[in-house]
Design a protein around this ligand. Sequence first.
Ligand code: G3P
Length: 214
Amino acid sequence: MKFFIDTADVAEIKEVNAMGLLDGVTTNPSLVAKTGRKFKDVLLEICDIVKGPVSAEVTSTDYAGMLKEAHEFAALRTNIVIKVPLIPEGLKVVKTLTGEGIKTNVTLCFSPTQALLAAKAGATYISPFVGRIDDIADAGMDLVAKICKIYRNYGYTTEVLVASVRGPMHVVEAAELGAHVVTCPFGVLKQLTQHPLTDIGLAKFLKDWEKVPK
Ligand code: G3P
């Protein structure tokens, strides 16, 4: 399973990249707004660090506007993936970009039918938002299970990118279901490294090491 980080914070990206964990990056307008920086500057800096796919989201909602933004982003770096909202105009954009050989990440997916449409349009990635579904007392991972099954049934090559991840169990369940990618906030990626028995064991080893004659 590929690990992406869901952030526009360059310091977080550098730290996770140094651990050898990073296969790619996803950003969105809310994450970029948190940085207080211009998107193009952030995007170029991220692409200098990460050679894998970096998702850049369009903010227009009409076909022509989305396509213009997509072409501007795609011209910046070859590893930029265009993040497009799952709306009818967005599907048209995905079809066009796919025809041009430009990769897409279809975002804000909340149903299996939406995922099916994205695959038919030729999306490179589909992003089901599991945490936001859990937030409204439904089961986000059930959506991932359905999408994985549907894509397998018909041999779609669109990769399932589990997004809106809230904790380690989302990562475990995504891996069990065979999702291709999980994109995690920095905090969740750090949680994945932690176990209390590791900390207890390390403390004991270090304490015992003090007794060893030097
Ligand atoms: O990047 C899209 C998605 O991961 C957003 O997550 O936490 O805002 O629901 P969240």
